[in-house]
Write a protein that binds this ligand. Structure first.
Ligand code: THG
Length: 265
């Protein structure tokens, strides 16, 4: 399971403030905490700062990489901001994200073609947000083919089928899950990942819903998540769900995690 730590996101009040006053120590602490909790990538997002996003995203990457060895997940819909962040990033970053929106796709392909970067392929197009599994699959197919034709390795592609709130439409959970299953089986070797929080939008007790949904998605083949790795309960659930879906040889990862006493089993 690939864990991307989501906490360095400017839409969170404390991080937005830290960025605007360039409080490097505050950002570094959140980076170290997530890394020590088991994050494989540290997501960085400065999306609320219109006009300054590129500059701030660069600052986040530099600041995070001063204290942790993990690479960053460069989270922006703006290809210029991603390119700016890449220019200061050390090691192999993850791009979050490319989509089938034409302007975004055309600008990002030349940046990533032939590289060893990891890339999140978000199931979104100029026709808007997909609602059914079938719509997601069509976009995923075009994205995967486009990326492979541009010499991206299958193993570096992480399709995000796009989580939509179940309070808006009762089918949004199941259609997402069907998409994870279909992508995992039809495109062998491609990974699937997502952020969780949209599923519970508008409902009480959101963490609980997010956790149940994560477990269901892992059962369908999901192998990456953008989450808060400091949440010891969701971490314990992910590790357990991976074991139960046949992806933990000799249950060794579960046993090691349990014995470490780092998580809430
Ligand atoms: N897919 C991809 N990238 C993504 C998302 C996705 N990036 C952004 C987002 N979704 C995932 N990141 C976050 C970061 C922080 C929070 C949620 C998702 C968060 N939310 C608090 C909450 O939900 O309660 C509120 C904010 C706060 O704490 O102040 O922290 O789906 N590819």
């Amino acid at each position: 399971m690939l864990i991307v730590g989501e906490l360095i996101n400017a839409s969170r009040k404390a991080i937005g403030e830290a960025i605007s006053i360039q409080d490097a120590e505050a950002v570094k602490k959140v980076a170290i905490d997530q890394y020590e909790a088991g994050a494989n990538f540290i997501d960085v997002n400065a999306g609320i700062f219109v006009g300054k996003e590129s500059e701030y995203l660069q600052w986040l990457v530099t600041t995070v990489q001063e204290v942790v060895d993990a690479p960053c997940c460069l989270d922006s819909p703006d290809p210029a901001a991603i390119q700016a962040a890449l220019s200061v990033h050390k090691g192999t970053a993850m791009i979050n994200s490319i989509s089938m929106e034409k302007a975004r796709y055309d600008a990002l392909i030349p940046v990533i073609a032939g590289t060893d970067l990891k890339v999140i392929a978000l199931c979104m197009s100029d026709e808007g947000m997909p609602e059914t599994a079938e719509q997601r699959l069509k976009i995923a197919d075009r994205l995967i083919n486009g990326l492979v034709q541009n010499n991206m390795k299958i193993d570096n592609i992480y399709v995000d089928p796009l989580v939509q709130p179940v309070a808006t439409n009762k089918t949004f959970g199941i259609e997402f899950l069907k998409a994870v299953e279909a992508i995992s089986t039809e495109f062998k070797g491609v990974h699937t990942m997502c952020g969780l929080s949209n599923i519970s939008y508008g409902l009480p007790n959101r963490k609980f819903i997010n956790q149940a949904f994560a477990v269901m998605a892992i059962a369908k083949g999901l192998d990456g998540l953008i989450i808060n790795p400091l949440d010891k309960r969701i971490m314990a659930n992910l590790i357990t769900a991976e074991m139960l879906s046949g992806r933990d040889d000799y249950c060794s990862n579960y046993l090691r995690a349990y014995r470490s006493e780092k998580f809430e089993f």
